[in-house]
Design a protein around this ligand. Structure first.
Ligand code: SF4
Length: 895
């Protein structure tokens, strides 16, 4: 590997979070951090960023980084080893298991966070040289149903449209997508289309999300009933002669059967309304808008994909666009919103167990083609195990070696508790990671390989509209970290495959990947980037965002697919698919009367290993929670803001209660982000069933039967600390970054005296402790001071009236002098309300609730636009705009 080159002051790179794929400009600052801004030249975002992207500079600390290869010793401790020892150990143990049990005993579990080049090398090693297809990825939990739906309909995993279609649409239908929070920059393009050209926005979701608040029409669909709605619409289009019969006749097959099935499922508007539990007038309005609008884009995401019938739902959507010929032309088409930054790149290389490589499968012709291209000694000839099946095979002991790269399955998989236990069965368990500890590592990883993180690694990613962008290094590689492609290639070399993995850098890999995409491809495969196969190293370094396909001899540009048919099926016709009758995945029961829906919050990403480092990102949703309808909460005795125990047949979690009128009765919602590293008893994956879609293998993450009851604690409190703090056994907690240290929100049955002792033990020798106690009320407050500075505090009070932490946190984050903090510690009636800034609303500009209320109450802001002018809140990424509208309404009603 070449020496690390000096880093330039600013580089163009790409965001490591969602599939929008925003371009960034990262500029190193003198303190070793970086300032991050949107790249105005990147077509995905034209300079805009959401809060997560703009906070990336706060997430570059090396504090939790894995910097050296580590091996687990017999006593369970981890010891540093050299790269040679680590790589030799991985290769030797893999070889032993392959020789003894065959290649099917090995599995790789990859990630949509990997770069395309990393993905390519891992996929090539496993499928071409080890000879197994047991390569799957966390994209199975995210995109697999879209992939399967595309392949069934189009003959290939082709996204037909581009982001520009959103700008040019007159009707945007969002299905199962809280885009305002999960794809914020793209969502702002939708809002711009609405405000600019008067496009209508329809949101279809069981929850009234932030996105739903902006909708012209919100359809609160019954969980799992999406196909019924789209079947009803197909029938409506047929009954009203709103089909594009010429397109159907010329470019598709299976329409009559699909329409017959649709009539069985939802024969008319009234039946559709009954099946979906949507008001009939709203169903009719949706049908009318869709029928009468030519330029319709239907965007769909996890609410569609993460379902035991996800593939059918995707096809029910695609059927509508095929039936109206609204595909592949400006302002129209189905558009799958990719969750992860490089889920699309993973699909391109073949990083799913049911793909071979570059959009080829396992037909004899395809396996032979890839074998010849790779000169592969042991090409896999059949599909491997998809994620849920892969971990079930580990549970059974069939898979004996697992290599996890850049993901945290002990948190994110369904039945995560059982899966975590199953990892102990492995004979070889390797993890390539950025962080020194996470739940997967804690599950018993035997070898930890330090991988380069975002900002240090170099390669490409592909976003939801097929646009390939460079992710570029702008930070030096710390410690002994290495890129994933290098780690995999070194293991391949030690397994005897050095000639095929003799890469000098990511550009070598990209060129090979591009060449394979074009190999014996005369237009029968969609993915073709042959024009990039001869890029020089310098041209690869300079590569501007480019959309595929870019076939040899073609000029790069924005391309839609299928406007004139020419699908990738053998007869070049699209397939209408007849969906199965929709049904919720599992029946509720007296023991589990509710349905648990899972999802994301606005300012966190996946299992928070990066976003939890940013104080402003942590400020929006500081602790794990459930949303529950107020009537259900009342019936169950759940107080708003109290704690609840959520139990399913697979596990339980303790979460804060939010009564939320946007939640349907009988349904609860919990975000997925928290792990054992950030909270106690809050891993939602542990609660979720491992039911999967029969076609895509994607797990149902939206409808696990559950029950909820109040969680009983005597006390609740918080701590603000500048150093790490271990809590007594049995304490429920959520830990988060705050400016200058960490915050801990906790619930406990331990009396205040125990906390007094804890603070005393933990405080530095030169610190002074100020203590306030009100025993009759069960209140105790401890402030720690060093000299004249406020160093930290711990407040505890009765669970029904927990101490609020905003005032103390503001002082702590400001590094305040001792005097005002002492006033809070000794305040007779709680904290001084004048210093309570409230929760963070606009994370981009750090604007909290109190400041917004103040400008409204003072009469200097009467609208969201005024708030933007006065405080800048809502003027960047826009993901807080729905909350700002809510606040304006609430404050207006209260005055
Ligand atoms: S929308 Fe936000 S998280 Fe997604 S790529 Fe853009 S900046 Fe990153």
């Amino acid at each position: 590997m070449s020496a690390i080159a000096p880093q330039p002051a600013a580089v163009r790179t790409t965001c490591p979070y969602c599939g929008v794929g925003c371009g960034l400009i990262a500029a190193l600052d003198s303190a070793g951090g970086a300032s991050i801004s949107g790249d105005p030249a990147h077509p995905a975002n034209l300079g805009r960023l959401c809060a997560k992207g703009s906070a990336l500079g706060e997430t570059l600390s090396l504090e939790q980084r894995l910097l050296h290869p580590m091996i687990r010793r017999a006593d369970g401790s981890l010891a540093r080893v050299s790269w040679d020892t680590a790589l030799d150990t991985v290769a030797n143990r893999l070889r032993t298991i392959i020789e003894r049990d065959g290649p099917g005993a090995i599995a790789f579990y990859l990630s949509g966070q990997l770069l395309t080049e990393d993905y390519y090398v891992a996929n090539k090693l496993m499928k071409g040289f080890i000879g197994s297809s047991n390569v799957d990825t966390n994209s199975r939990l995210c995109m697999a149903s879209s992939v399967a739906g595309h392949k069934r309909a189009f003959g290939a995993d082709t996204v037909p449209g581009i982001y520009r279609d959103i700008d040019e649409a007159d009707l945007i239908v969002l299905v199962g997508s809280n885009a305002a929070w999960c794809h914020p920059v793209l969502y702002q393009r939708m809002i711009a289309a609405r405000q600019g050209r008067g496009a209508k926005l329809i949101v279809i979701d069981p929850r009234r999300t932030a996105t739903a608040k902006d909708a012209d029409l919100f359809l609160p669909i019954a969980p799992g009933m999406d196909s019924a709605l789209f079947c009803g619409l197909l029938v409506e289009l047929a009954e009203t002669q709103a089909l594009d019969q010429a397109f159907i006749d010329r470019h598709t097959t299976g329409f009559a059967e699909a329409l017959r099935r649709a009539r069985e499922i939802a024969p008319d508007t009234a039946a559709t309304a009954r099946a979906t539990a949507i008001e009939e007038a709203d169903v009719a309005r949706f049908f009318e808008l869709f029928r009468n609008t030519d330029r319709v884009v239907t965007c769909f995401s996890q609410g569609v994909n993460q379902s035991a019938q996800g593939t059918d739902k995707v096809n029910a959507i695609i059927n509508l666009h095929l039936a109206t010929g609204r595909i592949g032309r400006p302002g129209m088409g189905p558009l799958s919103l990719t969750g992860q930054p490089n889920a699309m790149g993973g699909r391109e290389v073949g990083g799913l167990a049911n793909q071979l490589a570059v959009h080829m499968g396992f037909s004899p012709t395809e396996t032979d083609r890839v074998r010849r291209f790779w000169d592969a000694p042991r090409i896999a000839t059949a599909e491997g195990r998809k994620a849920v099946d892969m971990f079930a095979a580990i549970e059974r002991g069939t898979i004996k070696a697992l290599w996890v790269m850049a993901t945290n399955p002990a948190v994110s998989l369904p039945r995560a508790g059982a899966m975590r236990a199953a990892l102990k069965n492995l004979e070889l368990f390797v993890v390539s990671e950025n962080v020194v500890s996470n739940d997967t590592i804690a599950a018993g990883a035997q070898l930890l390989l330090p991988a380069a993180a975002w900002g240090e690694k170099d390669g490409t990613v592909t976003n939801s509209e097929r646009r390939i962008s460079r992710q570029r290094a702008f930070l030096p590689s710390p410690g002994e970290v290495r890129p994933d492609w290098w780690i995999v290639s070194e293991v391949a070399r030690r397994l005897g495959f050095g000639d095929a993995f003799d890469y000098q850098g990511p550009s070598d890999i990209f060129r090979e990947h591009a060449a394979l995409s074009a190999f014996e491809n005369s237009g029968q495969r969609d993915f073709d980037i042959g024009a990039l196969a001869s890029l020089s190293d310098a041209a690869y370094d300079r590569l501007d965002p480019v959309m595929w396909p870019v076939r040899a001899g073609e000029t790069p540009g924005e391309r839609r697919f299928f406007g004139a048919g020419d699908f990738f099926t053998p007869d070049r016709r699209a397939r209408f698919i007849s969906p199965e009758p929709p049904r919720p995945y599992a029946a509720t029961s007296a023991a589990f009367p509710l349905r648990l829906n899972t999802g994301r919050v606005r300012d966190q990403w996946h299992t928070m290993t990066r976003t939890a480092m940013s104080p402003r990102l942590c400020a929006h949703s500081p602790q794990p929670f459930i949303e529950i309808h107020p009537d259900d909460a009342r019936a169950l005795g759940l107080a708003d803001g109290g704690l609840a125990k959520v139990t399913t047949p697979y596990g339980s979690a303790t979460l804060k209660v939010f009564r939320h009128g946007g939640q349907q009765r009988g349904s609860i919602f919990a975000p997925i982000h928290w792990s054992d590293a950030t909270a106690a008893q809050a891993r939602i994956g542990e609660l979720v069933a491992a039911a999967t879609d029969p076609i895509s293998g994607q797990p149902e993450l939206k409808a696990t039967p559950a029950r909820v009851e109040p969680a009983k604690f005597a006390y609740r409190g918080f701590a603000l600390t500048r150093r790490s703090m271990a809590l007594p056994e049995g304490t429920w907690f959520a830990r988060l970054a705050v400016g200058g240290g960490a915050g801990v929100l906790f619930a406990t049955n331990e009396p205040p005296a125990v906390w007094h002792d804890l603070v005393r033990r933990l405080m530095p020798a030169d610190a002074e402790l100020a203590a306030y106690s009100d025993r009759p009320r069960g209140v105790a407050r401890f402030g720690v001071f060093r000299g004249d500075r406020f160093d930290g505090c711990l407040f505890v009070g009765p669970a029904h009236r927990p101490p609020q932490w905003e005032a103390a946190r503001s002082l702590f984050e400001a590094g305040a002098a001792a005097a005002p903090a002492r006033r809070i510690v000794f305040a007779r009636r709680g904290v001084d309300p004048m210093t309570d800034a409230g929760p963070m609303i606009c994370a981009c500009f750090g604007v909290r609730l109190a400041a917004i209320r103040d400008v409204i109450s003072a009469g200097s802001a009467t609208s969201v636009a005024d708030i933007g002018l006065r405080l800048r809140a809502g003027t960047n990424c826009g993901s807080c705009l729905p909350e700002l509208r809510d606040i304006v309404e609430r404050v207006a009603q209260s005055v």
